[in-house]
Write a protein that binds this ligand. Structure first.
Ligand SMILES: [Zn+2]
Length: 310
């Protein structure tokens, strides 16, 4: 029987705990507690003619995370429009970063199988969160309190090879974010979301096969379970002569299995282009040095690992 190896990358969305939203002055609130649509304004509800303003604190928090993840901080950031339609995205696009993100080429060390492994961080970029939809019988409710909350999207290299490594990475990253004071780490409230993309290949091969992505996992336990399930499902698929389809999956908690959500968009579908309402964001080296000097030190493994979340 063929032996298989999983190839896993992670996409992480971390809300940044600033006082105000990414591009307006509305307060960032606990959306599981605040009354719906009470922290909104013309900017985050996408009224015509309004203009975004970049939140300085969100950029500082992003730089702090980038530094803690051993990334290079780009001297010039460009915000980009990522166009897609969704009812909880009133603008019809999300302001994100595409070709010139905040941070690139970092790494995080994890302990796996009694060894220390370095997992590459491809990029980390700033963007805004969407609103929240709640689907009822026959209709949906939209809460825009979350629309425009600063988000940091962190993308790893596909260098994880088992569900246990994914868990070790997630715990380490969560500890770093909480330690830096930029995120509460409370996944049950959706402030930190991990989405693994997974493929499997015969062990020893260097090919990259079709991958699937699992969306909206709300705890590290579920992240590990869903990853392990999906690895096994893909192996079964190949072993039975089938093939894996590139698609987005969700986790069916009741039946402990992954289920198809929708076929996957590619970058072309989003029609990225530079955000015309925002100038390029220039980050001078003094700012990076100052944040590096004043941030809690996450470089020593014990500094973050000693925290209770580790
Ligand atoms: Zn607002």
């Amino acid at each position: 029987m063929t032996e298989y190896e999983a190839v896993i990358g992670l996409e992480i969305h971390a809300e940044l705990m600033t006082k105000s939203k990414m591009f307006c002055g509305c307060a960032v609130v606990d959306t599981t507690v605040a009354a719906p649509n009470t922290h909104v304004c013309p900017v985050c509800t996408a009224m015509p003619g309004v203009l975004p303003v970049i939140n300085r604190q969100a950029v500082d928090f992003g730089i702090m995370v980038g530094v803690a993840l051993n990334c290079e901080i780009a001297p010039t950031n460009v915000f980009a429009r990522k166009s897609y339609f969704y009812p909880d995205l009133p603008k019809g696009y999300q302001i994100s970063q595409y070709e010139q993100p905040l941070a690139v080429n970092g790494w995080v060390e994890i302990e796996a199988d009694d060894a220390t492994r370095r997992i590459g961080i491809r990029r980390a970029h700033l963007e805004e969160d969407t609103g929240k939809s709640t689907h009822m019988e026959g209709y949906s409710l939209i809460d825009l309190n979350r629309a425009g909350v600063p988000l940091l999207e962190i993308v790893t290299e596909p260098e994880l090879h088992a569900a246990e490594e994914v868990e070790a990475f997630a715990r380490k990253l969560r500890a770093i974010l909480v330690y830096l004071g930029v995120n509460t780490g409370d996944m049950s409230k959706g402030v930190l979301r991990f989405e693994p993309n997974i493929s499997v290949r015969p062990r020893g091969s260097s090919e990259l096969r079709t991958r699937t992505e699992i969306k909206n996992l709300n705890s590290i336990r579920v992240l590990r379970l869903a990853t392990a399930y999906e690895i096994a499902r893909q192996i079964r698929m190949y072993e039975s002569g089938g093939f894996v389809v590139q698609e987005n999956l969700g986790w069916d908690e009741a039946h402990n299995r992954t289920v198809v959500q929708r076929s996957k968009e590619s970058a072309e579908d989003y029609r990225y282009f530079p955000e015309p309402d925002l100038p390029p964001l220039v980050i001078d080296r003094e700012r990076v040095a100052r944040l590096r000097a004043t941030s809690p030190n996450c470089q020593t493994p014990s500094a973050c690992a000693s925290k209770p979340w580790a």
